[in-house]
Design a protein around this ligand. Structure first.
Ligand code: XUL
Ligand code: CO
Length: 448
């Protein structure tokens, strides 16, 4: 067992010595930034699957992780040991939330009845540890993708027994959300999509998925579960095309099927990149539709085109995301920042697991500090206000108020010369904006 594991909590060390490891350089939970404590803005969560269940596998190799419970062989004993370890980890790290899939925490039995019995024993332990520590469940979810039965989907499987089983599994998972007081409940449809349209009835599958979500909403009402439901978009992987492709597609789906009042979105950085978007784009799209729910914070690698789930370290990206969050007033009504991320395969020690969470937490804390300075100075807000100011009066105001016809626009524009129209533009000044953003980043962190 490492020395680190013996320390009580990860300390704040500040940034006088940039090389001082295993301490927070920026994250101070009680520090007030833009009117709220850092811990309230960020609401960090640890992802149980990456940190305690999976073992840093990749598609070409077995896991490398070294953890103190490795020698345990009895599946239930192992599951309980992981719960105990995880709660010690959250406390040492100083995070208030965690997230899990049902199948992360307990072994499956032969039947759903047996599986649920295993699950309940582990949930008992989690409930006890939550009561002892005050650590809360940011969200839980159903794993409807790992088991071979879900090879062709769960709610969108062409096979009715698989749909039925998925609903039965979901029912118990919602009961667990209620029991553990989950802030949110996430639906990520890893296998809800298609490999090829020649053997797929897309409309029928999407109808099934919608009826699955409606049944979830109904059951939540029935049992008095008040967690915020979230869809987590991802364009592909493992499925070739996933139905919850990105924020815009998911919002359209929810509106088409009358589900938009019951759901919001959980947005993930690496998923955004796989969809050809920046993380900021996905957050902005959700904000614009009033659908921002929560964040799965991670990052990809520019050179690799799959879901790498790296811990966030790109300060430019964390600044952009936190600027969106500050502009919105919060991550979401009950949202937080879950590290759906894992250390690299060669970072297999317990220290590495702490270091990985620390760089993620520090990167978002730093992003918050920079974004707060941008807000305080009104830098971006002024740019936006000025750029669209022609819509604040005259013809622009009429357009925004909907007080126009195409004939009005013709009358207004018919005799305008090319140079008048060119002069209606203002320079976008992106290069200056980017230089200024860099200056803010450097200065805000130097002053931090
Ligand atoms: C997969 C992914 C999931 C969801 C929960 O890419 O992000 O771990 O967050 O099922
Ligand atoms: Co995720």
């Amino acid at each position: 067992m490492s020395d680190l594991w013996k320390t009580d909590t990860i300390p704040f060390v500040g940034n006088d010595d940039p090389r001082q490891g295993l301490g927070f350089h920026y994250y101070q939970p009680d520090r007030v930034v833009a009117g709220k404590k850092m811990s309230e803005w960020l609401r960090f969560g640890v992802a149980y699957w990456h940190s305690f269940q999976q073992r840093l596998v990749d598609p070409f190799g077995e896991g490398t992780a070294q953890r103190p419970y490795d020698s345990l062989t009895d599946p239930l004993e192992l599951a309980l040991a992981k719960v105990d370890y995880s709660f010690e980890f959250y406390q040492k790290l100083g995070v208030e939330y965690f997230c899990f899939h049902d199948r992360d925490i307990a072994p499956e039995g032969d039947t759903l009845r047996e599986t649920n019995q295993n699950l309940d024993k582990v949930v008992d332990r989690i409930e006890k540890r939550q009561q002892e520590t005050g650590i809360k469940l940011l969200w839980n979810t159903c794993n409807l993708f790992t088991n071979p039965r879900f090879q062709a989907g769960a709610a969108t499987s062409p096979f009715a027994d698989v749909f039925a089983y998925s609903g039965a599994q979901l029912k118990h998972s919602l009961e667990i959300a209620k029991r553990l007081g989950a802030e949110n409940y996430v639906f990520w449809g890893g296998r809800e999509g298609y490999e090829n349209l020649w053997n797929t009835d897309l409309k029928r599958e999407q109808d099934h998925m919608a009826s699955f979500f409606h049944a979830a909403v109904d059951y939540a009402k029935e049992i008095g579960l008040d967690s915020q439901f979230l869809i987590e978009p991802k364009p592909k992987e493992p499925t070739t095309h996933q139905y919850d492709f990105d924020a815009a597609t998911s919002i359209a789906f929810l509106k088409t099927y009358g589900l938009d009042d019951s759901f919001k979105l959980n947005l993930e950085g690496n998923h955004a990149n796989l969809a050809g978007h920046s993380y900021q784009h996905e957050v902005r799209v959700a904000r614009s539709a009033g659908m921002l729910g929560s964040l799965d914070a991670n990052q990809g690698d520019k050179l690799l085109g799959w879901d790498l789930d790296e811990f966030p370290s790109d300060l430019y990206e964390t600044t952009a995301v936190m600027w969106e969050v500050l502009s919105e007033g919060s991550i979401g009504p009950r949202g937080g920042l879950n590290f759906d991320a894992k250390p690299r395969r060669s970072s297999y020690t317990e220290e590495d697991l702490f270091a990985a969470h620390i760089v993620g937490m520090d990167s978002y804390a730093a992003g918050l500090l920079v974004a707060a300075k941008l807000k305080e100075d009104g830098f971006i807000d002024e740019i936006l206000q000025k750029r669209y100011s022609s819509f604040d009066q005259g013809i622009g105001k009429k357009i925004e108020d909907g007080q126009f016809t195409l004939a009005d626009l013709e009358e207004y524009s018919l005799d305008k010369t090319q140079s008048e129209l060119m002069n209606a533009n203002e320079p976008g000044e992106l290069e200056t904006i980017k230089a200024t953003l860099n200056n803010y980043l450097v200065k805000a962190l130097a002053d931090a």
